[in-house]
Design a protein around this ligand. Sequence first.
Ligand code: E4P
Length: 217
Amino acid sequence: MKFFLDTADIDAIAELNALGMVDGVTTNPSIIKKSGRDILEVTKEICDLVEGPVSAEVTATDADEMIAEGRKLVQIADNIAVKVPLTWDGLKACKVLTDEGNMVNVTLCFSTNQALLAAKAGATFISPFIGRLDDINLDGMDLIQDIRQVYDNYGFETQILAASVRTVNHASQCALVGADVMTAPPSVVKSMVNHVLTDKGLAAFLADIKDAGIKIL
Ligand code: E4P
């Protein structure tokens, strides 16, 4: 499973990128607002840092405007994926931008039917939002599993980009059900290393190293 970072925090991206943990980056208008930066500037900086796809979201809701914005966004760098919302206008923009050879990420997906439409429109990525479904007492992971089955049934190449990942359990479940990619905040990726038995075991080994005076260098 590929790891995308769901952030525009340059330092956090650089830190995890140096460890080989960053296969791409996703942003959205809320993330850009949080960064306090100009969308074009910060997106360019991210694209310079990361080799994989960097999703930048359109601001328009009308297909023609989305297409115009998408064409501007892809000028930033070769690794831009234009992010469009899952509406008929978004799907129209997806088809046009994909046909022009661009990567497109169709976002705000909350149903299997929506994912099916995005695949038929040629989306590179579909972004089902796990956490926001969990927020309303539905099971976001069921959606990932259902989309996996539908895409496999018909051989769609659209990659399932599990989004709105909020917990380490979301991360492991995404990998178990076969999401192609998960996008998560850096804090979630960093928490994936934690295990109480690792901490306990290491403490015991360190005590024995000290007692026995074990040295390698
Ligand atoms: C990424 O592509 C999505 O916009 C993001 O994961 C949404 O996450 P949230 O539901 O935590 O805002």
